[in-house]
Each structure stands twice: as C-alpha cells, then as structure tokens.
Write a protein that binds this ligand. Structure first.
Ligand code: PLP
Length: 435
C-alpha cells in the first residue's frame, strides 16, 4: 500500500469502522455500469451442458444423486418464521418476503462449492479422457464409474488450496473418479473435514497459515509436476462458470414459483463471500439474467472484509485485511480470507450493489434460530446472508432512493443464499448450537 493509513482513511471514511470491526455497509456506485467481461454466458451454458452429460455418471457414482436424476441442485424455500425473528430481534421491518436458497443441502459436497468444484474436475476428467480416446461426447458417461477409468485417472494429480469446503468438494469428486488428489488446508480448516478426506484416500497437507498461503504452497507444488492440475480458487474460469450455472437454475426455480423479477418486483440477493469465486460466479449469472432488477450484496465477517476492502479501494488483491489491522480470525471458516481474488473483484465492479460485514455472534444466533424455528442446520459461514436484510433496513435508505425502489419494496423478494452445512457431523452441530 503506497498511501499511509491516515490518508487512506480520509479517502475511505468506512475504513475506521472496518478497523474497529464494527458491522459496516458499503454501497458500490458503479453497479450496473457497462463493462466488457472476459467471460460470457456461453461458458455458463457450456458448463450446464457438461454437468448434464455427467448426470448419468453422478447417478451411479453417488447413491444420493439417484432421486435428483444426477443434477447437483438445491431448492428455494420460503422462511417466514425466520423473517419474523429477524424483524423482532433487530427491531426492523423487512418489506417483501424472505426466501432461502438451500445450497447447504447441495448433494455430494454439502456446500456451494459442489457446483464449481465438481464442475472443474469433471471438465478436466472429460478432456483427459477425450484426448486419450477413451470417451466421446455421445457415450454413456456411466462408464466413467468403472475400474478402467479409475486406473487411468490414477496417473494424474489434482491439487487445491482451501479453508475447507472447496477441499471437500474437490477431494470427494477427484477421489471418486480415481485421481491422485492433494488438498492444502489453511489453519482455519476444521478437523472433521480433514479426517473425512483422509478416509477417502485424499492427501491432506496442513498449514499453520491462512488461506492465501495454503493456495500459494499448493500452486508451487503443482507447478513442478506436469501431470498435476491445480484448481486455482483465486483465478479459475472453470470454477466461476460452474458456480454461475446456479443462476440459470435459480431463474427456472423462481419461474416455477411464478415469481417474476422486474423493476416493480425487485430481487435482493445476499451471499456470503470468501475469496469471491462462488458468490462472484453466481452474481455474474444473475446480473446477466436480471440486469438492474437484481440487487446483490456480499456478506463478510467483520475480521475478514477482503472483498469490501478490495472493491471500495479498487486495490482488489493488492490489499490484505491485515494491512488495516484486522486478524482474519472468524468462526466462519469458509469466509476466513484476507485477500480477495483480483479476477473476481474486478468483475464485481459493475455487478455487486454493495458489501457488508457481520459479527460472529450474529452468525451463531442465526444458526440457533434457523435450527429451532425452521429446522434447518447451516454452518456459521452460511448465516452471513441473513444480516443483509437487516443492514438494508437499517442503512439502505440511500440505496433504495437512488435506485427508485421505495414504491416497490412491498413486492420485493429477499433471497438469502445459504452456502454450507449438510456434511457437518452431529458432534459439531451440537457444539455450534451451544455456542
Ligand atoms: C467457500 C464458501 C463461501 C464463499 O465462497 P468463496 O468462493 O470463497 O467466496 C461461503 N460459504 C461457505 C460455507 C463456503 O464454504
């Protein structure tokens, strides 16, 4: 950072709030501006088609995929009880209704990482199999679930750096296909995630350092081996495309519920953000489909606001939360990222309406409430979205004014994007519930 911190705070008055780890609400005034993306919806449709080709494989490889016809998807549901709770406990009124996108329940990996992570690995597997003449696009992909293919993929390595859930997603699908897979885990990663991966035959390397360092080490190791594919959470277009498929699926789900999105019926979406890949991909897709009628907010822990800081200052990956004195320590392990992805941050400049931060204590309150009133368990990171409607009600006046939304708020749909939880073992669930 070239500026001194004092000059910096003068330019960005929100910085002192961030430094004191107070919940902040930042609005992006470039949202909906024109932009050239290094990316297209064609890539998203291509990803959706590839996931469809692999559906028969998923059905035979993972028993839980049978009733889903091999499609890795989660429902959206109405959560009126949670809405009442948020209103009464925070003394606010949420105009419109509150919906939950249930990615905590995504099959195979139990988190939002299932779409992107699994997509990147099947794309890699498919291209290797094509190259070696073992598979063609017309084939029945169920054949990938046999020993011949597992022996073939054993000759290839996969590596990834993760705070936990991306590692789970990559590890589970790679091990199933037969790849030799290594997950580089940051210090935030929970013990049960490492154990689960080891029981599947995945090599887990542990670091006493944060996410950025685990990624760096993984990338270094992978670079020395031509047979190794590194899943680059900070730069991967394949991950991004896989995540973006969620937008196409969401639109179909909203259509099926007769939920229209337009100027008079705005859609607000609140998504937890770590390095930015998952929320970035989803948001890119939603913006392409809904334009200025979708209003997307990213949620981060008060100790890890890397995307807020990167976007507000325009420095993206050139600034780390440590540079403003924050610890990057949070129980929201999936969001414990100190430095955002440059690639994603730059894309979000015209897509995201704003970012806000949330305290860990809110996440645990929300976790208990969702479990008791809606009977849904979501891991701490996944609760960051619920603070969005609260912040919008408290601090969003200017945003609603600027965008002419006030007359239409009673028609608004607020969609909280849940991001993980289904694989959390009972012992850990109880620990979280008692926190
Ligand atoms: C990874 C993750 C996120 C955020 O995704 P990023 O791609 O890191 O921004 C949110 N919630 C959970 C539970 C996650 O595992």
């Amino acid at each position: 950072m070239h500026n001194s911190l004092a000059q910096f705070s003068e330019k960005f008055p929100l910085i002192p709030f961030l430094q004191r780890a107070e919940p902040a609400f930042w609005l992006n005034n470039q949202v909906n501006d024109a932009q050239n993306y290094p990316f297209s919806m064609e890539m998203v449709h291509d990803a959706e088609a590839r996931l469809q080709r692999f559906a028969p494989y998923f059905e035979v490889a993972f028993p839980e995929m049978r009733e889903l016809q091999g499609i890795i998807e989660s429902p959206i549901i109405d959560i009126a009880r949670m809405k009442s709770y948020l209103e009464s406990s925070n003394h606010i009124k949420i105009e419109g209704n509150l919906l939950l996108k249930c990615d905590h329940a995504l099959p195979i990996a139990g988190s939002v990482k299932a779409r992107g992570g699994i997509y990147e690995i099947i794309k890699h597997a498919e291209s290797l199999a094509f190259e070696h003449g073992l598979l063609s696009i017309e084939d029945d992909y169920r054949k990938l679930n046999n020993e011949e293919f597992r022996q073939f993929f054993k000759n290839y390595k996969i590596a990834v750096g993760s705070t936990g859930n991306l590692g789970l997603s990559i590890g589970i699908i790679s091990a199933k296909l037969g790849f030799d897979v290594t997950v580089h885990m940051s210090m935030d990663a929970k013990e049960w995630k490492k154990q689960l991966l080891r029981t599947l035959g995945v090599t887990v390397v542990e670091y006493e350092a944060d996410y950025s360092e685990a990624v760096r080490q993984g990338r270094l190791e992978a670079e020395q081996d031509a047979t190794c594919h590194f899943v680059d959470d900070e730069n991967s277009l394949d991950l991004f495309a896989g995540y973006a498929v969620a937008a196409l699926r969401l639109k179909a789900q909203l259509d099926a519920k007769n939920i229209t999105v337009n100027k008079e019926n705005p859609l607000f979406v609140y998504i937890p953000c770590g390095v930015g890949g998952a929320p970035g991909g989803i948001s890119y897709g939603l913006k392409q489909l809904y334009g200025p009628d979708v209003h997307i907010f990213f949620a981060e822990p008060t100790q890890s606001p890397c995307m807020l800081l990167g976007m507000m200052t325009g420095l993206h990956d050139e600034i780390d939360v440590a540079q403003i004195g924050l610890t990057n320590i949070t129980e929201a392990d999936g969001l414990a990222v100190g430095r955002a992805s440059k690639f994603v941050g730059a894309q979000m400049e015209t897509i995201v309406s704003g970012c806000y931060t949330v305290e860990d204590s809110f996440l645990f309150e929300s976790l208990r409430e969702m479990f008791s009133s809606e009977h849904i368990f979501m891991e701490p990171s996944a609760h960051a979205g619920f603070f969005g409607p609260v912040q919008l009600a408290r601090k969003g006046e200017m945003y609603l004014d600027t965008h002419g939304l006030k007359p239409f708020m009673q028609n608004a749909h607020h969609l909280v994007w849940s991001t993980g939880g289904n694989l959390v073992p009972n012992e850990w669930r109880n620990k979280y519930l008692q926190k």
